[in-house]
Design a binder for this molecule. Sequence first.
Ligand code: AMP
Length: 212
Amino acid sequence: MKLVLIGCPGAGKGTQAKMLSKKFGIAHISTGDLLRDQMKRGTELGKKVSEIMNTGGLVSDDIVSAMLAERIKEDDCKKGYILDGYPRNVAQAEGLDDITGPLDKVICYEVADDVIVDRMTGRRSCPECGKMYHLTYNPPKTEGKCDDCGAELIQRKDDNEETVKNRLKVYHETTAPVIDYYRNKGILMTVSGVGDIEDIFNKVASALEGIN
Ligand code: AMP
């Protein structure tokens, strides 16, 4: 099964992708995570993209599509995968079938902008296991520490208010047209990204039952 998750930054794609990946036994591929990993490791590519990523702009299509094409060759992608954060513009969407073959479903998580700024500026994550928290809505049991592995929680550099607003602007101008692209192809499913995380997951998971 090949899925794409779309939604503005902070719509919950990462959280939902992790849950769907577990349920259907398919890989979760976040292009943002792949790029952050390059930055963390200090590679040439990481150095090249860090400025763009830290200010909320988009990395060039060539770089991200090449990275994706490599990633889907790995063993964990044999049964399928969930793309989280790709495609980010219509050009990437148009080229995607050449990389992956036909997609089964594109799921769009809808959340209003004012909810997003609050969600993202309070977001924290564990650098060791990737578990996500929110200072108000889902705080860790011990302040600043991961419940599962005890590591010191971090805030993503691009989760500050100014950068979040820029990422939303980029989303509306550049990524939102991708939704219509997939609606016209007849494979789009939209779901509200506001409410209980399990309820949102169940709605999508039941719509996907029966797809191999
Ligand atoms: P994300 O973790 O999906 O919010 O992505 C974080 C940042 O990585 C974005 O703000 C972009 O700078 C970059 N990025 C991730 N995916 C893409 C993509 N498909 N195309 C261009 N830039 C991307």
